[in-house]
Write a protein that binds this ligand. Sequence first.
Ligand SMILES: [Cu+2]
Length: 722
Amino acid sequence: MNTNLSRFSPRPGTRCLRLAFLLSALFPAALPAQTPSARHDSRDAHAVHASRQEPEPASLAPIVITAPATDAPLEVHLDPKAPQQPLPANDGASLLKAIPGMNLIRKGGIDGDPVFRGMAASRLNILLDGEHILGGCGGRMDPPTAYIFPDAYDRVTLLKGPQSVVHGPASAGTVLFERKHERFSQSGWRLNAALTGAGAGRVDSFIDLKGGNRAVYAEGILTRARSDDYKDGKGDAVHSRYERQSATAILGLTPDDDTRIELSAIRSDAEAAYADRGMDGSRFHRENQAVKFEKGRIGGILNKIEASAYYNYIDHVMDNYRLRHGAATPMASNPDRETHGGRLAFTLTPTENTALILGGDLQANKHAGRSGSPRGRADYYRGKARVADARFENHGLFSELTWQIGEARRLIGGLRADRWRATDKRQTVGIGSGMMANDRPNPSANQTRREILTSGFIRLERDFTGGTAYIGLGRSERAPDFWELIGKEAAGQDNSASLSVFARLEPEKTRQIDAGANFQSGPWQAFVSVFYSRIDDYILIESQYAKPAAMGAGTRAATIARNIGATAWGGEAGFNYRLSPAWKSAASLAYVHGENGTDHHALAQMPPLESRLGLDWQRGPWSAGALLRLVAAQNRRAVNQGNVAGQDLGKSGGFAVFSLNGAYRWNKNIQINFGIDNLFDKTYAEHISRSGQASMIQGYEQTTRVNEPGRTLWIRTRIALN
Ligand SMILES: [Cu+2]
């Protein structure tokens, strides 16, 4: 085992799991059956829409998720603890892939960037239990989802489009990773645990133990996951191994049914090999503390108060010697990011038919870095002082109103204003590489930028027998993020003023129309959601941009950021159809089309048309399923253009991947799921995955894109006791 990781919680999950198995075998029926109090946090914006039910399984979900539920307009829910096919890697982005319209920019085994409708990074607003946290890596090794241990959460929600303002500015969508909180109705405890084994030496485990009484509760969650390099369909190893673990401790007070005060602390670390670049992540250390306060049913028009504050620290190391061999010059880079944030929101019910959320949120983060040689050398990186390179601050105010018009119609609207500030602390910028590397004065050193950003939306929802339809208009402004502003150059042929794009990038403005419907009748369940979006000042990242060499004659390849005009349209549709009491079929379709109006060609990083067909069978304690994923070729591309996470590499071919799964449910507390992903051992790569040729890692095959795993067998045992 890796020394870095063994420092805390050595193999916690597996030991506790054995204990859990033993307990359940000894006392199968003796365990007290407790139902937590029925009150449940409903989504605030829909407080007046009481008919909307949260999916609350009484016990374990029987079937592998092949098509997540879309039970409210524009919302998709996922149970992060339920088994999924294909078995997702142990991080947040891999988990999201099950949602139609979601894709992944693969870099290795974990830590890919999630993409929704072709929009990645800051265009997809990701919250970890209400917190906006950002990674430390300037090379985008750690999107926020790299710090998500799916088993430590209870619910994942995707809110499509700019149709929400209460969770921060959103353009393509918002993803909420949340824990559920229920007051104990009497003293008791609850245990959730799972052990997963899969090909490539993969072992995932988690244990979540919660105990308490009416007044107080405590919870501890330990997760651990490891995998060796997986093999693609041809049998070639992909440089992708990883190891990660997390520990979460929560202490809460529930003096009454409507009040909750909670303290939480999280520590996690990981290491991961990257197949797409010259370095690996050897440290993803996270420390997080948060406090939350919630009070509901206050009386009068004030219905609820929510307040929270958090601190997050990320210490990341990437190097070229710990997880690979053959680097001529061993070197490491050690950036860190410190984030403080908070939120205050009031839910008001001015009349019987209206709910109003008023609030504000703030976030401030500091980024710094240092780099050097491995331990034992004169230039050891840990012996150096960190040098600040950027500071960001954002203060937002929001209001969202839901107005129930009669029985069947709702009008929902929101407004948001953000005051954003960024400071470029870099004194120099490095240009060129290797022997030609050269430090130049940063043209935007110590500059501060300020912007006022506004966003808003309005949406009409109409219920009909068996379903809901909606149409919405939204607008949002997004400030350039750390990855766009810091470290990218501007267009131009000088090696002075254009070396920093910091002062030049305009905020991105999205105007979008969203429409769709959900429908349920007899054996049918269906959804459709479509969008059309016009993006002014879309921030495009372009690599291989020729600029004069740092020294002497010739050119060098720079990576620049610039604003363009863009449009995108597309959507998702799907259905479930119950053929008989035992058989159920499901299908989904997702498509997005993007156009770069400034350069008059395709917008880069657009995933191709994709369809999923599933068939599920269930009888008594047994269930089984088959999943066929069909992905079309993508000929629309813009080579060397993209976003901070990925760049287009060229056309890509289509593929079909077939997978099988089965489950046996021992009783309501214990369940075993198993499956074979990519049954026919197909060799394939996703269109938007990163290049497998850039890294030249000794002992590994170089591929156009980082290939997906070949045939993979897996088994997952899960226990839920209360
Ligand atoms: Cu990194």
